[in-house]
Design a protein around this ligand. Structure first.
Ligand code: PHE
Length: 504
């Protein structure tokens, strides 16, 4: 490990920073809209299974890879094993078969992507997985995340006035103008998304300890408190029971193949997996902390945050007669109504959106961190210049995604290109980024990480890296060993096959 790498000031600081990455818009905005779309309780069950049987084991793999290599996601794998192995070759073969299946189904865009990955795996072996989790996936996420982050900025700014909480028409107008961009005021959306992206970049420029850790430490607890305040209020509303039923009584008839994939994708997204974060942050972690306890704490905090968000949002949603299938604007429809029902609504609302903004920032900075680390290592750039490069390359994509967030109607030419030329069914550039990363790139990278740790690097080394201190760690690591080898990879593969309609 190079001597000048920064370290987390403490193990607690690390947990908070990882939790800061995990807890964000994924828990409140994305979890609610995806769960609403795929039917509540049944979705939650599949999601929880995915979190504990796939997510947690993968997080442990990522943290140990990061700490063992002492390098960021770009080079962690190639540092610990030969660049090309039998398994990387077999992966390329599987991807070529996948590409052929897509061609057969007339899904040319998917075929192209699978082909691209096959070529990458053939030429660069495990280095290609490093490239994907360092640059491709997290940066694509950073772009669409900035758009939602921008919406949160706008809500934070207008909240102190309190109008959107008192007057449903004002809330609907704001929503129309910025989230669904139906009012034609794109410039507000574009400016806000760009501001969020730039704020993220500036914090990353400030460096690991100063920038990230300080932020996380102060604000993470507040978001929990605020959500609990909303829950207490909304549970007493008429018809709140309907929402609880939706959250806790499963209706498996709604659990389609798409729903299973969506639950898996959400598990990856919410835990920031398959996107280099665990490896990047793990590489800054000192030798003394035990990984099982750390990973378990992070996953638990994140899951509690999501379930609490569900409890805050769905009872109210049903009590106001809104549909759970509102899509990306779901929380923006529900939350202003929730605050409207509290005394001092402007105060609570402002506090909430401000905290959510900070939670979103502690997530978005983690998306850039691995890429910045990679650029610093490969191009010998100082941190500031590496961040600047990211701003120049990614910056233009942010406004583009912001204007296409509602639908392609705002950018018809682009829409035509995606829907007619590439035959993609997604309704917007925003949705394409969201779907490609959550449904495909993250689970695939997660699967490859599992296989890498089990069959290339070796579980024994991963176990040594975990530092098991007590009986809990020990038991946990034994279970992990079994799950990571036999359970998680099989489940991810089954979910893929189900999603592709190839199997059951
Ligand atoms: N986990 C973050 C959230 O829930 C999003 C994220 C995804 C962050 C991938 C980093 C990498 O908001």
């Amino acid at each position: 490990m190079s001597p000048n790498r920064e370290f987390w000031t403490s193990s607690k600081g690390f947990v908070l920073a990882m939790a800061g990455s995990a807890i964000g818009l994924g828990n409140i905005w994305r979890f609610s809209y995806i769960m609403g779309k795929y039917g509540g309780a049944a979705f939650i069950l599949v999601y929880l299974a995915a979190i504990f049987l796939i997510g947690l084991p993968i997080m442990l793999c990522e943290l140990s890879l990061g700490r063992a290599s002492g390098k960021g996601p770009l080079e962690a794998m190639t540092e610990l094993a030969p660049r090309r192995t039998t398994l990387s070759f077999l992966t390329a073969v599987a991807l070529i078969l996948g590409a052929a299946a897509f061609v057969f189904k007339g899904m040319y865009f998917h075929a192209g992507v699978a082909g691209f990955f096959a070529l990458g795996a053939l030429l660069f072996g495990w280095g290609f997985l490093g490239f994907t989790v360092t640059f491709l996936t997290p940066l694509m996420i950073a772009v669409f995340y900035s758009v939602v982050g921008g919406w949160i900025i706008i809500y934070t700014i207008v909240s102190p006035l309190g109008k959107i909480f008192r007057d449903p028409a004002a809330s609907a107008e704001l929503l129309g103008n910025i989230v669904t961009a139906s009012g034609g005021k794109y410039w507000v959306t574009v400016a806000a998304a760009s501001a969020f992206f730039l704020a993220t970049a500036l914090i990353v420029m400030a460096g690991v300890q100063k920038g990230i850790e300080r932020f996380s430490k102060i604000f993470m607890p507040l978001i929990f408190i605020l959500i609990i305040v909303i829950i207490v209020r909304v549970l007493t509303l008429p018809n709140a029971k309907e929402g609880l039923r939706f959250l806790f009584l499963p209706d498996f008839s709604k659990m389609t193949a798409e729903g299973v994939m969506a639950a898996l994708g959400q598990a990856f997204f919410t835990l920031s997996l398959g996107s280099g974060v665990g490896i990047a942050y793990g590489s800054y972690l000192g030798r003394s902390s035990s990984l099982p306890k750390t990973a378990f704490t992070i996953v638990l905090l994140d899951t509690i945050a999501s379930i609490l968000a569900g409890l805050a949002i769905f009872p109210l949603l049903f009590s106001t007669g809104l549909s759970p299938e509102e899509g990306t604007s779901l929380v923006f429809k529900v939350l202003p109504i929730a605050f409207g029902k509290l005394p001092l609504s402007a105060l609570w609302g402002t506090l909430f959106f401000f905290t959510l903004l900070l939670a979103a920032l502690t997530s978005s900075i983690s998306m850039l961190e691995g890429a910045v680390q990679g650029l610093m290592q490969k191009l010998y750039l100082p941190r500031g210049k590496a961040v600047l490069l990211l701003i120049i390359v990614l910056g233009p994509l942010v406004p583009l995604t912001a204007v296409s967030s509602a639908n392609f109607a705002n950018v018809p030419k682009l829409g035509q290109f995606f829907t007619e030329t590439l035959k993609l069914r997604s309704e917007s550039f925003f949705a394409i980024l969201d779907n490609t990363t959550c449904l495909w790139l993250m689970p695939l990278a997660g699967l490859m990480t599992l296989l890498f740790v089990s069959y290339v690097w070796g579980n024994k080394k991963a176990l040594e890296e975990m530092n098991c201190f007590n009986a809990f760690d020990w038991l946990f690591s034994k279970i992990w060993l079994f799950v990571v080898r036999f359970v998680s990879p099989v489940l991810v593969i089954l979910a893929f096959l189900k999603g592709l309609g190839i199997f059951f």
